[in-house]
Design a protein around this ligand. Structure first.
Ligand code: MG
Length: 395
């Protein structure tokens, strides 16, 4: 008899509109080193979950390449809607996860699935190690025993039929997490060792902490550089693209794509960090698909290759070498545009310009040259895996 692998589903609750740290973007959509907080959570289930559903607020931007359903007025109603959407695929186990926890590790998910297969319900928990005080008006009234106390996280794993049934049964009662429904039913919930760095993004400093934790996982620091030149020609109505920004000018850059020399140099710099060849290898200048193409596509592709390698982009720096147009008035817009393409905070992007004092081809205004440097952080991988990665781009 062949053993049948259990069917796993992931339900990610992302409907919250909490913008607790000032901005107007809900925190699950904030950029975190190359992708949104939500996307980190979705990607954590890659290769584990057979079906993934994200419960979102329809007024928010929707995540790509994943099924999403509209949430309800409360977290509990949102989970119920997500469970309803998963019914058709008949999963055995469902992992219910809050989008505000982007750092969950694969090992944690696997441990939860194994425990839930046995007991029907398993959640990640950490023993309380700090002393617990009860206080009123800032005055301590009691020191509580921390014995048998735990803080719990998500994802929480359940037998699908069980939790689906309990959410229906208790839909008029209010609970703060999904395990509480099992508790109300008198069902055992198993505790699995939680992951200390599976933090919840609540305040602004949590995002900085998440960046720091992700960076610490990626200690293999690489630097790549890129260089590009495009010829200037009379504009005739065609816009001059530099670093993703259209600049009004009498001249434009000649090229097969949109000829954005800034993004081309940056794309090459990123490809260099993972030894992935050059831009022409990935986007042939003779391929009609890239005729007048938006160079943001090339840059995003290079960033995705870095991400696929488990890497994160720490910093990028572009230098534009030309006499005209003046770059200074567009510098901030360029920085924001690159930040948007790479899903990085603008503080990790540098754009600057220089002239060559009238000397050479840039001085004669025959063309514009660009240079870029990218710093990425990769996870350390075995020499064999590394060899195979490098050979992939050798041809
Ligand atoms: Mg080019």
């Amino acid at each position: 008899m062949t053993s049948t692998r259990k069917k796993i589903a992931a339900l990610i609750v992302a409907g919250g509109s909490g913008t607790r740290f000032g901005g107007d973007v809900p925190k699950q959509y904030l950029p975190l080193l190359g992708k949104s907080v939500l996307q980190w959570g979705i990607d954590a289930f890659d290769g584990i979950a057979d079906d993934v559903v994200v419960v979102t607020n329809p007024d928010h931007p929707q995540p790509e390449n994943v099924r999403s359903v509209a949430g309800g007025a409360t977290r509990q109603q949102s989970v119920q809607k997500g469970l309803a959407a998963l019914r058709a695929s008949k999963p055995d186990i469902v992992l219910i996860h809050d989008a505000a926890r982007p750092l969950l590790a694969r090992e944690l998910i696997e441990n939860l699935v194994a425990a839930a297969e046995k007991s029907g319900a398993a959640i990640p928990a950490l023993p309380v190690t700090d002393t617990i005080k009860r206080a009123q008006n800032n005055i301590i009234s009691k020191t509580e025993s921390r014995e048998n106390l735990f803080t719990v996280q998500t994802p929480q794993a359940f037998d699908f039929a069980l939790i689906d049934k309990l959410h229906e049964k208790y839909k008029d009662k209010s609970f703060t997490d999904d395990a509480a429904l099992c508790e109300a039913e008198g069902r055992d919930v198993t505790l699995v060792a939680g992951q200390p760095d599976n933090i919840k993004i609540t305040h602004g400093q949590d995002l900085a902490r998440a960046e720091s934790l992700l960076s610490a996982r990626n200690g293999d620091v690489r630097t790549g550089q890129g260089y590009d030149v495009h010829k200037l020609m009379p504009a005739n109505g065609k816009k001059l693209m530099l670093c993703g920004v259209a600049i009004p000018h009498d001249f434009t850059l000649e090229g097969h794509s949109d000829a954005d020399a800034g993004l081309h140099a940056l794309t090459d710099a990123l490809l260099a960090t993972i030894g992935a060849g050059d831009i022409g290898q990935h986007f042939s200048p003779s391929d009609p698909r890239w005729k007048n193409a938006d160079s943001a596509v090339f840059l995003r592709h290079a960033a995705n290759l870095v991400m696929e390698r488990g890497g994160i982009i720490a910093h990028v720096d572009v230098t534009i070498i030309c006499e005209a147009p003046k770059i200074a008035p567009h510098r901030a817009t360029m920085q924001e545009r690159i930040a948007d393409i790479l899903q990085l905070p603008p503080a990790r992007i540098s754009v600057k310009a220089t002239t060559t004092e009238g000397l050479g081809f840039t001085g004669r205004r025959e063309g514009i040259a660009t240079q870029a440097v990218a710093t990425v952080r990769l996870p350390f991988i075995s020499a064999t895996t590394q060899k195979n990665e490098e050979l992939k781009w050798a041809s």
